[in-house]
Design a protein around this ligand. Structure first.
Ligand code: KG4
Ligand code: ZN
Length: 394
């Protein structure tokens, strides 16, 4: 099989609707990517009012926007002209598939007839983990494209996407060049921190994972967002806590626990710190700007200390020379700087480019590329959403 593949990638697991078109080449030995189009449409402004992601609304927004974004990525990639003829039989199949999404069916068939028949080798689609209604709408969209174009589908794990997002070199300013593979050595340790996950994953080889620790309750991003609410910050609280914390000073009366710091394993717990933060906030004058900043700083520091201690211990125990930190919370400057400072000399830290830390479809295309090389292509009828898909059960 040729290693050169052109991929359309789709991501809808949470509150970002994203589609990319990329060329990938070089295989496992020397991967390279060129991005022809990459669009992320965030629904944050809609979910803000609810203080978090509202699944039914996320699904509706994905359904509305997917056909629109598809047209946009084609035009961004310079793919124009409408030479695609969808037969009545294909339309009937698509209508059955999109029975519950009549609006998406109408928009999609209209859009498709304005686009050329693409030369993609595969369509990569996130099938889990994530919010099931949101995942499903992306999946039926991808299946409809499969009917219209006859292009095979590759199911992609969202967390594998986050992990592999570091394969785009973050030192390259305005381009999406691939990382040099000398900086990526197995076994690699990966700290995956997002709104729904907090995991320490050992990557023994390409696409081979062992989860060595995870949160027993809330994810780090979730804790940031909940503490954001205590501070009356808009959803998502993570980035806002981070900027507030950068102005804060430590104070004796503002202190929070470091949960499970000495638990002796690689698991985490962040719900206790959120509860402690709530009690602490009731004792303090939370209208005072300097107290609010100290509060944010203490929370960010407590979380970082726990992540740092456990990750560095695992790095040593498993003899890893490559540390990957990925997922939305990997956008946090304090966490990044703390790891850079504490990392032993023998290890290399790989972080995603800032805009690839939070949800995007480019990372799904990258993971899809390696899955395609490994032959993990599925019949459309076999593809289902798995909201709890664990990385090591690939
Ligand atoms: O990976 P992601 O976009 O979506 C999930 O798969 O969950 O991660 C979103 C999470 C949110 O909880 C958000 O608050 C957090 O990432 N986040 C941050 C920062 N930027 C995003 N947390 C802390 N500091 C940041 N700068
Ligand atoms: Zn994510």
């Amino acid at each position: 099989m040729s290693k050169k593949l052109k991929i359309l990638a789709i991501e809808t697991s949470c509150d970002e609707t994203a589609i990319s078109i990329l060329n990938a080449d070089g295989g496992f030995e020397n991967p390279s990517f060129s991005v022809l189009a990459n669009i992320v449409h965030s629904q944050i402004d809609i979910h803000k009012e609810y203080g978090g992601v509202f699944p039914a609304l996320a699904k509706r927004e994905h359904a509305k926007n997917l056909p629109l974004i598809l047209g946009q990525v084609f035009s961004e990639a310079g793919m124009s002209g409408g030479d695609l003829l969808i037969t009545d039989h294909q339309k009937a199949q698509m209508l059955t598939l999109l029975e519950r999404e009549p609006e998406m069916y109408n928009r999609l068939t209209e859009t498709l007839e304005e686009l050329p028949k693409p030369d993609f080798d595969y369509i990569a689609i996130t099938t889990g983990p994530g919010l099931e209604p949101a995942l499903w709408v992306g999946i039926v969209f991808a299946k409809a494209l499969n009917i219209a174009w006859g292009i095979p589908l590759i199911p992609v794990n969202h967390m594998e996407g986050h992990l592999l997002s570091v394969l785009i070199d973050n030192k390259e300013k305005d381009s999406y060049k691939a990382l040099e593979m000398k900086d990526f050595q197995f076994p690699a340790l990966s700290l995956l921190i997002s709104g729904g996950h907090t995991e320490l994953v050992l990557m023994k080889d390409w696409l081979t994972y062992e989860t060595i620790g995870q949160t027993l309750d809330d994810a780090v991003g979730e804790a940031f967002d909940k503490v954001g609410r205590i501070l009356n910050l808009e959803y998502p609280g993570g980035p806002k806590i981070s900027s507030l914390a950068s102005k804060g000073e430590f104070r004796e009366d503002v202190s929070l626990p470091r949960p499970m710091l000495h638990s002796g394993d690689y698991n985490f717990s962040f719900s206790g710190i959120k509860t402690a933060a709530l009690y602490l906030s009731q004792k303090l004058n939370m209208t005072d700007d300097s107290i609010r900043a100290s509060f944010a700083k203490e929370f960010e520091t407590a979380v970082t200390e726990v992540l740092l201690k456990k990750t560095l211990k695992a790095l040593e125990e498993y003899g890893c020379h490559t540390l990957i930190i990925a997922g939305g919370v990997a956008a946090n400057s304090f966490i990044k700087d703390s790891f850079k400072e504490a990392l032993p000399d023998y290890a290399t830290l790989l972080l995603p480019k800032h805009e690839l830390a939070t949800d995007n479809s480019l990372m799904i295309g990258i993971a899809g590329y390696f899955q395609a090389l490994s032959g993990n292509i599925k019949n459309a009828s076999e593809i289902i959403a798995d909201g709890n898909w664990k990385l090591n059960s690939n």
